[in-house]
Ligand binder design. Structure first.
Ligand code: FDA
Length: 397
């Protein structure tokens, strides 16, 4: 076998892979990055509506889902949102906080890809080297005598360390695959069943009334089980979307209900109080003061509370208050990987070191980014995990 010309091969030139390569290169390592897509950073380019929500200043371990909620702690603590912001600042990229700690580029997501590629190039100034090669399918990965052999296109590459950063299968048309899971299983690691997350939910036929509200959004509190999010919900022609629903979708399991509080700011007893204050008011007109007209109409129809408030019994109004604060939808499913912003589940953390992201039984083999069973909330958390896990692996290369 020829001598390994690289210290590490990184599979996947996305957020985590490029971060890892740049940091390792600047630690003097010779790194080869391979990606089957024609160009690096495809998901970064379309992220955040083209402006890349590159981190969240509220990053904390409890904003990530994983079979082991403690796994992400170490990496997130060692490379923080502030560290990435400092990097963005060093590159002179202007940014702003949009809402809820979410940081976006003022200009374009392209700036973040350029930042990562520039960091890779900067390896040369630190006696390192990063080579990014795109456009060749990876056809074989093998390991023998402490060396990983990767076949891509017609070439074979060798290195003592392999970093798998090929993400999850969300948005297959961008080149996303479940490659990392197959590789993990082949090397004896377990995979927590992957599922689409941060994804719109679909409603069954009997909820057609709501599907007719397509395009209407309202600030709500959406919940499933014990988890709830106060953000906007959006009705679509297939069901429910908007940030509140995307957040809840990561926690939702088939058969579970999703509750929506349409009037989270309304005080207890508000309808009964309105009856006393304005007995000639109707429920739909009252709802329209707080909600978009068509939504107020649809809810009013469903509540079947016609006529003046003054003529409606308190018990019925109390039941309506209760229903409006916890409207139950039972989604028929989700819009799947084609529309999922991320994949929950992935390479089981039980077999990985939280310090180095390496397989416990094969320390040269690392898994980082979305491929791992760590999934962030909506709002820049998934990129922060990509940066932090990529940085952690790079320290061990
Ligand atoms: P990533 O998907 O970035 O990279 C994986 C790379 O591996 C890709 O370049 C791919 O081509 C390559 N690859 C895959 N299979 C391969 C194979 N078999 N062989 C070779 N190469 C292979 N997050 C966030 O925090 N803020 C945001 O604003 C957004 N916005 C957003 C919008 C949309 C539309 C989507 C789909 C996703 C987001 N995300 C997001 C999520 C975020 O993009 C995602 O979590 C990270 O890109 C994950 O980084 P990774 O490096 O792990 O995978």
């Amino acid at each position: 076998m020829p001598a390994a010309p690289y210290d590490a091969i990184v599979l996947g030139a996305g957020a985590a892979g490029l971060m890892c390569a740049g940091v390792a290169g600047q630690r003097g390592r010779r790194v080869l990055v391979l990606d089957h897509a024609a160009r690096p950073g495809n998901k970064i380019l379309i992220s955040g509506g083209g402006r890349c929500n590159f981190t969240n200043i509220g990053t904390a371990p409890d904003r990530f889902l994983s079979a082991n909620p403690h796994f992400a702690r170490s990496a997130l603590a060692r490379y923080t949102a502030a560290d990435f912001v400092a990097l963005v600042d060093r590159h002179g990229i202007a940014w702003h906080e949009k809402t809820l700690g979410q940081l976006f580029c003022d200009g374009s997501a392209r700036q973040i890809v350029d930042l990562l590629l520039a960091e890779c190039d900067a390896a040369a100034g630190h006696s390192g080297q990063v080579e990014v090669r795109c456009g060749d399918a990876i056809t074989d990965v093998a390991h023998a005598d402490g060396v990983f052999r990767v076949t891509a296109g017609r070439q074979e590459h060798h290195a003592p360390a392999l970093v798998v950063a090929t993400g999850g299968p969300s948005i297959p048309k961008l080149g996303a695959t479940g490659f990392a899971y197959d590789l993990a299983r082949r090397f004896g690691l377990k995979v927590v069943e992957p599922r689409p997350a941060l994804v719109p939910l679909t409603l069954p036929g009997e909820e057609l009334l709501f599907r007719q509200l397509s395009g209407i959004a309202a600030p709500v509190v959406a919940s499933t089980g014990k988890t709830s999010f106060a953000e906007a919900a959006l009705f679509t022609h297939k069901g429910l979307s908007g940030p509140a629903i995307l957040q809840v979708s990561s926690y939702w399991r088939h058969g579970q209900a999703v509750g929506i509080d349409f009037l989270p700011d309304a005080p207890a007893g508000w309808l009964r109080q309105a009856k006393r204050d304005a007995p000639r008011q109707t429920v739909p007109r009252l709802l329209a003061r707080h909600l978009p007209d068509r939504l107020a109409e649809a809810l009013g129809e469903r509540l079947a509370l016609g006529g003046d408030l003054g003529n409606l019994p308190d018990a019925k109004l109390a039941a309506a208050e209760q229903r409006l604060s916890a409207w139950q939808f039972t989604p028929s499913g989700s819009e799947g990987y084609a529309k999922a912003e991320v994949t929950a589940g992935g390479v089981a953390t039980a077999g990985l070191s939280g310090q180095t992201m390496a397989a416990r039984h094969l320390p040269g083999l690392h898994f980082i980014g979305e491929a791992v069973d760590v999934t962030g909330w909506l709002g820049g958390y998934n990129f922060q995990w990509a940066w932090a896990s990529g940085w952690a692996a790079a320290q061990a290369l």
